[in-house]
Each structure stands twice: as C-alpha cells, then as structure tokens.
Design a protein around this ligand. Sequence first.
Ligand code: F6P
Length: 357
Amino acid sequence: MKFGILTSGGDCAGLNAVIRSIGLYLLQNVKDVEIVGIPDGYGGLIRGESYPLKREDFEDILALGGTILRTSRQPFKKMTVAEEGGSRLSKMVANYKKMGLDCLFTLGGAGTHKTAALLSMEGCNVIGVPKTIDNDIYGTDVTFGFQTAVEVATEAFDRITTTARSHSRVMLVEIMGNKAGWLTLQTGIAAGAHMILIPEIPFSLDAVCNFVRARLDAGESCTMIAVAEGALLDYEAKFKKDQRAFIRTEQGETTVTRHLAEVITQTTGAEARYSVLGYLQRGGTPCAYDRLLCSRLGGYAARLAAQGRFGVTVASVGNKITFNALTEIAGKYKFVSPASEIVRFARSIGISFGDNA
Ligand code: F6P
C-alpha cells in the first residue's frame, strides 16, 4: 500500500512527532508499505510533487520543531476556482491518482480539514490529524501544538511580569489566536494575568481603564493583561473581519494591543507597555505532553488507514483517542464559551475579561 503525508497551514510544535508516529506504525504493521512525503502542504499536491520517506527519515525527529515536509497556506476559497489546467482541487485529485496513493494523511488546522473533506468527497482516501496552537478544531478536546504554545507563552508572560513589577507598569502581552481565545485564556490563567481579553468576549475601553485605575488606587505594583491578537472592542463585534480591519486602518490603529496600551496611558496615567509573543509560540521543540499526544494521534491515524477507515480526522476526547467523520467537523470551529466553567472560574478569582460582567 502507498501512503502520502502532508503538513498544511501554519506550523506548530509536534508536526514531526506525528509524521514519525505514522511512519513507525506503518513500517511496523503494513506489508510492502511505501510512504511518500508531499512538500509544502497542498501546494506540493497541486504541483504533483512527492518523495520517498524511509525509516531513517523518521529517526531523531520526535523532538524537532517545524515540519520536515515544510508547509504552506492554500486558501480554501481558491480550491474550486477555475484556473489554467483546472481548479486546484481537480489538480490535487489527479495527482493523488497519478501518485497511486491508497491514503493521504493531512496534518493541519480547520482550513486543512475543509480541503481534506473536499478531497474525500472527490474519492480520495484521506485521514486528518488536528494541528494548531489555536486549539479551535471542532470535535477534539485538544489539538497538537497547543500545549507547547501554552508552556512557551506562560514562561514568556512570567518573565514579562517580573519586569512589569520592577517598573510598576501595566503590561499587555499579545498572544496568538485570531478567532479563538483558548491560548490566551489558558496562558493568562496559568501565568496569573489580572485581565484576559479574548475574541469571544468583546471588551469595553471603559471597563479596561476602570479596572486598571482601581488597581492603581489600591496600590498594586503592576497590572498584567493577556490579549488575544483577535480580541475585539465591544462596538467592533457586530462587524465582519474585513470591515473591522478597514475601520481600524481608517482610525490609524495597527494592532488592538498597541491601541489599548496607548488608551490606558492616556486615560489612567499609568505607564503601559506591550509585548507581542508572535511566532515564538509556534516554533521549537514540543513539550512532553505534545510528544505523547502527537505519537498517539499519529499511530491511531495510521491504524485507521491500515484498516481502510477513511474520510475521518482523529481526535482526543476525554483523554481517549478516537475519530470524527470529516463531513461532521469540516468548517466548524470550537470557541471558548463565555458561560463555560473555566471562564466562570477565572472571574471567581477576580480575573477581569474587560467587559462589564
Ligand atoms: O496557526 C495559527 C496561527 O498561529 C494563528 O494563531 C495566527 O493568527 C496565524 O496562525 C498567523 O498566521 P501566519 O503564519 O500566516 O502569519
């Protein structure tokens, strides 16, 4: 049997650990197995590129950051658009057949799964593995790469807290997550943030400034605020992403974090600074939790392939590895519910979400 592996979308820690586990399972359990890597995510499949992966390619990559297969973003909305030589989808289906694949493993986030569902509907045997530091894939409790990002962001936040305390500053730490606030929420709680701003709970400038002022009045040495890159002002919540970006540009704002730091300084007189953690959260070696999760997800995905079970994505539910049909999860996201236990708990120990609750 011939198996292809690709990694698609933004990278994260643990991609190589999944590749390794898929490879090791197949080499151990499937006769006459052939495994190929497809470079640059769906980009490689569109171009029809692949190369053999041997046992030695899977050695020494468990703890390696990034992806040995490389990755790219291929927007879902362009997949079915007619282009020279046919749509990207039709090229991928043709190349899947030309390569003689019996199964394709797609390691990626929500966008990757949407495209995987299209390939599956076109008759390709596809198995997804849920990757993203955003933890926003529907149907799985956790995605691989998330826990490493929480660890990295928490350590960075701790370090920024000590300097904030020394200088009696308000410090805003911008954490990745455009649509979903999981990474900011969990990092914020783990690092002792006083305020957490996430896309799911729009904040008000007044509430944020009043909170900071109250802490200043109480003589607190610093105020630490975890801000998701996609955090929204209350009046922005009714607009779509493009409209929001337009309004912000018109107003001369770059990022929400920078804007907030300026407003806090002007309104409260506090010295506010911000730090953007950015790609630190995606790079480097996976933590032990992710190495274990990746190994289990990869091994399980390979087992499903060997059994001929396709059109699915693997998942971790209640600490058990299982799977969901691609048709059930593709196009759906998992968001933080403002009414969830974790948000209520955070509020109960005095963490503000910048709203008026
Ligand atoms: O992969 C998820 C993510 O890291 C988001 O948290 C972030 O908004 C986005 O990717 C950044 O994407 P890019 O790598 O294209 O800058």
